[in-house]
Design a protein around this ligand. Structure first.
Ligand code: ZN
Ligand code: ZN
Length: 284
């Protein structure tokens, strides 16, 4: 099993998108997550042709696969404000086009925030926004859109599995849709994963409400905050409230074994290298 393990981290694209793949290889990652553009500004452009070529070359050279793009933090597909929604739709479409050009496998996105609108209205706006992207996809593409599980602070959508299931039900069959489970967010949203037993029952609940066939990837982050606190602050693996036991359980759980897993822990390449090595050692 160890040779097909898909494990990596979110790596900076400073100096060029392909540099992230090379850095991933150096820390013994087999996959990585990146931003395909500056995630803190609305202005987003397509990737120049020479950068696309370098990226494909680095993919071939490093053997990394299942590359995930984390979409911009500014995007709110469920915003009740028309101007923000319009900018979000444009930015999300550009994210899809960049990811298709780069041969990326997954776009991970935050479903949205209702702000002062009712949750159900926000959910419907998100579904409509996603459905408007259908023309970007055809059967030849491997690209999947993954809804990230959220901690649920403020009016953020996606902390409850039921909300994620609602979106999936509305777009499945039209769009390649799935879920990326963030361990920190899911834990602070109130789903326990600290032991093999609690992890198993959380996965059972996920299966009952959403369906485990939709679970495509994971963000591995420990949590600086307590269980069910609805707060989102990541901690190094084993140093937060989830603890080593939780991450050991994740690496042992057969239902999660084939999923690509990406660290978004504080630190840098050296820390992630150590965390990847530790996680690998937990596999039976
Ligand atoms: Zn995220
Ligand atoms: Zn987070």
């Amino acid at each position: 099993m160890k040779d097909i393990l898909l494990l990596g981290a979110h790596i900076s694209i400073a100096g060029g998108l392909h540099k992230a793949l090379l850095a991933g290889k150096e820390i013994e990652a087999t996959t990585i997550q990146i931003f395909t553009a500056n995630h803190r500004t609305w202005a987003s452009k397509q990737v120049p042709e020479d950068e696309i070529i370098l990226f494909h070359q680095a993919l071939a050279d490093t053997g990394l696969s299942h590359i995930m793009s984390h979409s911009s933090y500014l995007i709110n597909l469920g915003s009740p404000r028309l101007d923000v929604r319009q900018k979000s739709l444009t930015a999300f479409r550009q994210e899809i086009l960049r990811s298709l050009a780069l041969g990326i496998t997954y776009i991970n996105f935050h479903p949205g925030a209702a702000l002062d609108s009712p949750v159900e209205e926000c959910l419907n706006v998100i579904c409509e926004a996603l459905l408007s992207m259908a023309d970007c996809f055809d059967k030849r593409h491997q690209l999947h859109l993954l809804i990230e599980t959220m901690a649920g602070g403020g009016s953020v959508i996606g902390a409850r599995f039921e909300e994620i299931a609602y979106i999936i039900d509305a777009v499945k069959g039209v769009l390649p849709i799935g879920v990326c489970m963030d361990t920190c967010h899911t834990f602070t949203a109130g789903y326990d994963i600290r032991t093999e037993e609690t992890l198993a029952s959380t996965l059972n609940e996920f299966d009952r409400v959403i369906g485990l066939n939709y679970l495509k990837a994971m963000h591995l982050n420990d949590s600086a905050n307590e269980f069910a606190s609805r707060k989102d602050r990541h901690a190094p693996i084993g140093e937060g409230m989830i603890g080593k036991g939780g991450f050991s359980a994740i690496m042992k759980e057969p239902r999660l074994a084939s999923l690509p897993k990406y660290l978004e822990t504080p630190g840098g390449l050296d820390v992630w290298k150590t965390e990847i090595a530790w996680l690998k050692r937990q596999i039976p």
